[in-house]
Design a protein. Structure first.
Length: 345
């Protein structure tokens, strides 16, 4: 069969399945997959009467619970059925457009914005929302306290099939501390591209973008097999304007990479010694709760190869930092230097 004809056949089958799924009565479905927002817009809680069907489910599973907001998760409890949260509490919280520093200042105090911080708390804090008074929640938020699991049954998954045991060992030391192991067939290949960058006020590092462009030209990873990540929007723009793009290539901020994975992940750290900012390592220092979650999310997207592009001389002495450990001689298997537009091994 010609490729074009086969594509048309598959598209026709997909369209038929889509139409069937849309028209199907939810009462006849064994599993309903949707976002919490769609669930609440299309269904009434179990036992309720109205112009929409009741959910009539036996169990709710919330995937990526760390990324789901607590205001959504608590609303789903109105169904009166068991809810299971699946997710990683050491990765990114829900997306919130308000500045965290502002919400910390407002929490429990500001007349209008006192409870805005709830939009920044994940579903993992559901028990706290139900069991604590609002001021306690505000104090927890400001302190960066971990969620409570007194009545919630908590289970740790301590094995990852995505990456090798070498990365798992580093993440266990800096992030999870629960004996996590990597069960991938081969250890993760960890490479550092050492790039120096002069003073800069904005979170942009053009030499890192140029180094990544040269590395891609040299290595020629298959389209769709790799992704370039960066913690910062400004660096994202620099990378977008610098890369030799092909169809299927991916460039994302770390915040948009959650829940996805690639054979090769290239991380443009951007932050370094000459970044003149009030908070120089805002999203890259694992010594802060936010930075730890951002870097953990970024490096754990890789299945076969992790390429960290940074000022190695700046990060190497920082043994207490996750990035410092990953680019160290103990963990990093290959160091490539970039200078004057050229890569050298």
């Amino acid at each position: 069969m010609q490729i074009g004809a086969r594509i048309e056949e598959l598209e026709s089958q997909a369209a038929a399945l889509t139409a069937s799924a849309v028209d199907r009565d939810p009462k006849d479905a064994l599993i309903i997959a949707c976002t919490p927002q769609i669930c609440m817009s299309r269904f009434l809680p179990n036992g309720a009467e109205g112009d929409k069907p009741a959910l009539d489910a036996d169990h709710i599973f919330i995937d990526e619970a760390g990324y789901c907001g607590v205001l959504l998760s608590t609303a789903l409890l109105a169904n009166g059925i068991p809810v299971t949260f699946l997710g990683d509490h050491k990765q990114l919280p829900p997306v919130c457009t308000l500045e965290k520093e502002s919400m910390e200042g407002w929490a429990g105090k500001d007349p209008k914005m006192a409870w805005s911080f709830l939009w920044d708390m994940s579903a993992l804090y559901t028990e706290d929302v139900l069991a604590r008074d609002p001021q306690e929640l505000a104090d927890m938020y400001r302190a960066g306290a971990e969620p409570s699991f007194a009545r919630t049954v908590k289970r740790d998954l301590t094995a990852s099939h995505r990456f090798g045991d070498n990365l798992a060992g580093v993440l266990d030391r800096f992030v999870y501390r629960n004996g996590i192991r990597g069960l991938a067939e081969h250890p993760l290949e960890i490479i550092c591209i050492d790039v120096r960058c002069g003073p800069r006020k904005e979170r942009m590092n053009r030499p890192e973008a140029e180094a990544i462009s040269e590395w891609i030209r040299r290595e020629e990873p298959p389209a769709g097999s790799f992704c370039i990540l960066t913690p910062y929007k400004n660096q994202y723009r620099v990378l977008r304007d610098t890369m030799p793009w092909s169809e299927g290539d991916a460039l994302l901020t770390v915040h948009k990479s959650q829940g996805r994975e690639w054979d090769t992940v290239i991380l443009s750290v951007q932050d370094g010694e000459d970044c003149v900012r009030d908070v120089p390592l805002r999203f890259t220092s694992s010594s802060t709760a936010t930075g730890m979650k951002v870097i953990n999310t970024a490096v754990s997207r890789a299945k076969k190869r992790l390429v960290i592009v940074c000022d190695r001389g700046f990060w190497l002495p920082k043994e207490e930092e996750l990035i410092g450990a990953l680019v160290s001689d103990r963990v990093c298997q290959h160091v490539i230097s970039y200078s004057d537009g050229r890569l050298s091994d």
